[in-house]
Design a protein around this ligand. Structure first.
Ligand code: FNR
Length: 392
């Protein structure tokens, strides 16, 4: 593909679609039940109107910010998303190279198709990562992984995902389970010790992604269901955070907060919990769960002090620079992108992912300039009209 002909994030997804294996496409595209939350994620930002000011000098525009005190060039980070090698052999390490070029944070999935050591190994000076944890029923497995993460200096926090204690019902993924051959991760994955192994499992959890117990097997529910085997459904405020504190000193980010009540409780766990991510898992868990914009508005209304105690990040449906800016105006510290880097790998490998950052950075800058904001800290509620999305 001529990447310069792809002008926006939708173009990139469209270019990737015929290039990806049907099964990989279905896994990436899929969402819960009727895709209502995914569609809401994709449309809610469009209902928020911008309020541009005139006579503001916009010669300079600075998109840099910080996450948990670490400087980044963009308020846009890579959300943890499993199995990047289904799209391209460069995998998550390839995404890291593109993120490095744009000075962006990357959160590595617990179910990445490469080991965290391999993903961070050629990182640029100052490049930072987070690591996302799905606590395993076999706690010893998670404890071993956390010990490995503690040793990687580039990894600055652990994002504990809480919105998917079980996988959502993803019918695109399930329907594609009998299409084609086993997933193309064979021999590409690494064993738990970090050495190359010719297995067909997710390297960091051991979940089978091919073979007789894999999603190709009749009666299985697709890639998502296979990856969730072993994920613990019994996490609680009372038990899980103390357990984590025993095994890591890294700050904890809670991913998948969807109500103001949980945002408030999370903020009470500061300083161990340093941030929350308002997310409905890209619509892939509970369908008709709210988009992050609704949760942001709830927090603003019922417990705005949360923004002072912890950082609030959001993800889901970010496709335009205007989406990024609107989320920041509502109080988000930054926004995550899940599907765009995966589809971009499919469309054009590492350069495809670079193109995603190039497009979103340029769109964000254009939006800030036209709005009359020189830097990220200038953005606020005065720049937006949210009447059309207010719920109560
Ligand atoms: C995800 N997501 C996800 N989240 C997580 O905490 N751990 C994971 O392993 C995954 N895996 C995963 C795979 C794929 C294919 C997708 C699309 C998503 C959810 C992800 O972090 C994020 O919340 C959403 O993807 C954000 O929505 P958008 O940007 O895809 O609209």
């Amino acid at each position: 593909v001529d990447l310069s002909s792809l002008l926006n994030i939708e173009d990139i997804e469209a270019a990737a679609t015929p290039r990806l294996r049907k099964k990989a496409w279905a896994y990436y595209y899929s969402a819960g039940d009727d895709l209502m939350s995914k569609q809401l994620n994709n449309t809610v930002y469009r209902q928020i109107l911008l309020r541009p000011r005139i006579f503001v000098d916009c010669t300079n525009c600075d998109t840099s910010t910080t996450f948990l005190g670490h400087k980044v060039n963009l308020p846009i980070y890579v959300s943890p998303a499993a199995m990047a090698r289904l799209a391209h052999p460069a995998g998550e390490n390839g995404i890291a190279k593109a993120a490095a070029k744009y000075g962006a944070l990357q959160v590595i999935s617990n179910n990445a198709s490469q080991t965290p050591e391999d993903i961070v190994k050629d990182s640029a000076p100052g490049q930072i990562f987070g690591w996302q944890l799905y606590v395993q029923t076999n706690r010893a497995k998670s404890e071993k992984m956390i010990a490995r993460i503690n040793k990687l200096a580039q990894i600055k926090f652990i994002a504990l995902t809480l919105d998917a204690p079980v996988p959502g019902k993803r019918e695109h993924d399930e329907r594609s389970k009998n299409i084609g051959s086993n997933l193309p991760v064979k021999a590409a994955v690494q064993s738990e010790s970090g050495s190359t192994a010719s297995t067909s499992t997710a390297p960091n959890t051991g979940a089978a992604t091919s073979g007789s117990s894999a999603p190709d097997a009749p009666g299985s529910g697709g890639v998502g269901v296979a990856l969730f085997a072993g994920t613990a459904p019994d996490l609680t405020w009372q038990t899980t955070l103390p357990w984590l504190a025993k095994h890591t000193k890294l700050p904890i980010v809670l991913k998948g907060v969807q109500t103001h009540e949980d945002a408030y409780i999370a903020s009470q766990y500061a300083p161990q919990v340093k941030a929350i991510i308002l997310s409905n898992h890209g619509g892939r868990a509970l369908d008709t769960a709210p988009p992050a914009v609704h949760t942001l508005l709830e927090i603003r209304k019922y417990c705005p002090e949360v923004f002072d105690r912890i950082e609030v990040w959001v993800d889901g449906g970010i496709k335009r620079g205007t989406d990024v800016v609107k989320a920041l105006c509502l109080g988000a510290k930054g926004v995550g992108i899940g599907r765009p880097p995966l589809f971009a790998l499919g469309a054009g490998g590492i350069e495809g992912v670079e193109r995603v950052f190039e497009i979103l950075k340029a769109e964000t800058e254009t939006c800030m300039r036209l709005l009359g904001a020189e830097k990220v800290e200038d953005l606020g509620m005065h720049h937006i009209n949210v009447r059309a999305v207010e719920r109560d």
